[in-house]
Design a protein around this ligand. Structure first.
Ligand code: NI
Length: 436
């Protein structure tokens, strides 16, 4: 008991400082945090980019999930420092909350978005497994106490008893979002993701159920919500990035298909085998990162299978698909016609004619049907809580409003060289029209 207590409370002899372009400095005082950062599972996050293929659109976006994880930890550390003096904050939650902040993205795979889609994986499940399984992270956490890994996992899983702690890691105004918006804006170089985080941290107040915002800070929150809205449409859903993701998804689809049809690979996808077979141990999952994926893509350019080699070459050399707005629900006949023409031209429509949709809900409140989200609350001067959109006309205007868009992706370069002139002309004619 004495030893365990001392590990939980153990402070480093000297504070460790990481230079960070977004928060200037990330400070580590706790031995536990320092030991967690050194685990192979945390270090793996250096080899997974925060924004996947976005660097093919915004070349600066090379930052990793490791950067982001340290950033979320640092924001939570600063929030706790401010809340520590308040009676609503339970001092015993400090370390477990910092650990959850640092480890919340541990289960992300390479190019998460496309990877999870093709293999029906869920990074949140892997985060839980890495924290609770036989890993370096689990060993460090278990040294604090037997229940400690489960507590960290419960916070990330949003089932923890202390709702205030959960709200710092996941809510509509949490450390995770604040970090990724600022960080992604910084590395992409766009100006719209910026908001005054220092101000938000100053006006954040603890209540037993969640963190709330002192009403005088409302404009900083409005700015944050608008930043998020802008970032989704300008960066996260950028059509060029989506084109790269479409190609990624189709490479994974093709490899899976070839593997299942006993195709003889020149470069066997050994590290993917258990994923294809849906027998994924934590070790298999942890062995995958973006360096591994890039290695295979390099090699698969030279496969005999034309579709795989073409798609791999496209991704490696950024030869992306072109796109156009396409409301497929009203124009399903045109899509069917295009598929037929592609097949006639010898271009497989399953891989080369792709509808991709994006959807975002910038802010939401509880709905009577049980849907919706936990809203952001403003704390008025009389301590009464008011839901943000009741008070802010700007936020009210986007509350509960889903924005959706659909695009059709296709390889213009392959269409240009179709030898059957009649088919080529028909395809080009269809693609020259508007389908909104
Ligand atoms: Ni995150």
């Amino acid at each position: 008991m004495g030893d365990n207590m001392s590990y939980a409370n153990k402070q480093l002899d000297e504070v460790k400082v990481f230079k960070d372009p977004v928060h200037r400095y990330v400070r580590v005082n706790d031995q536990v945090i320092w030991d967690l950062i050194a685990t192979p599972e945390m270090q793996r996050l250096r080899r997974i980019k925060q924004l996947g293929a976005t660097n093919l659109t915004f070349h600066g976006a090379e930052h990793s999930r490791f950067n982001h994880s340290l950033g979320v930890y640092e924001i939570v550390r600063r929030i706790i420092k401010k809340m520590e003096t308040k009676p609503e904050w339970n001092k015993n939650e400090r370390l477990v909350c910092l650990c959850a902040a640092l480890l919340h993205d541990l289960g992300h795979g390479p190019f998460s978005h496309s990877f999870e889609k093709v293999f029906s994986l869920d990074h949140e499940k892997f985060t839980q497994q890495i924290i609770l399984g036989n890993t370096g992270v689990n060993k460090v956490l278990a040294k604090v106490s037997d229940e400690f890994p489960q507590k960290v996992s419960d916070i990330i899983n949003k089932t923890y008893h202390d709702k205030l702690v959960i709200s710092l890691i996941s809510s509509q105004i949490d450390a995770d979002r604040m970090d990724y918006l600022l960080r992604d804006a910084f590395y992409t170089g766009v100006s719209y993701g910026n908001f005054d985080m220092e101000r938000i941290l100053r006006v954040m107040r603890p209540t037993t159920k969640r963190a709330v915002i002192k009403s005088t800070g409302m404009h900083a929150i409005e700015d944050y919500i608008m930043s998020r809205y802008q970032m989704y449409w300008q960066v996260y859903f950028h059509p060029v990035t989506r084109s790269a993701e479409v190609i990624l998804t189709k490479i994974f689809d093709r490899v899976k298909h070839l593997y299942q049809s006993n195709y003889q690979f020149k470069e066997e996808p050994i590290l993917f085998k258990n994923i294809f077979n849906q027998e994924i141990a934590v070790e298999d999952y942890l062995a995958l990162d973006e360096t591994v994926v890039y290695y295979y893509f390099q090699r698969w350019q030279y496969e005999a299978d034309e579709i795989l080699s073409d798609l791999a070459e496209r991704f490696v050399n950024r030869r992306l698909f072109k796109y156009k707005e396409f409301d497929f629900e009203s124009h399903i006949d045109k899509l069917t016609e295009l598929k037929g023409l592609f097949t006639q031209a010898g271009i497989d429509p399953d891989y080369y004619l792709v509808i991709d949709s994006s959807k975002d809900l910038p802010y939401d409140v509880y709905r009577p049907d049980g849907a919706g989200r936990i809203p952001i609350y403003l704390q008025m001067p009389n301590k009464e809580l008011k839901e943000l959109s009741e008070h802010s006309a700007i936020v009210d205007s986007i509350t509960g409003k889903v924005r959706e868009d659909h695009k059709l992706y296709y390889p213009k370069d392959l269409i240009e060289v179709i030898s059957d002139k009649a088919v080529k002309k028909k395809i080009e004619n269809i693609l020259s029209k508007s389908y909104l």
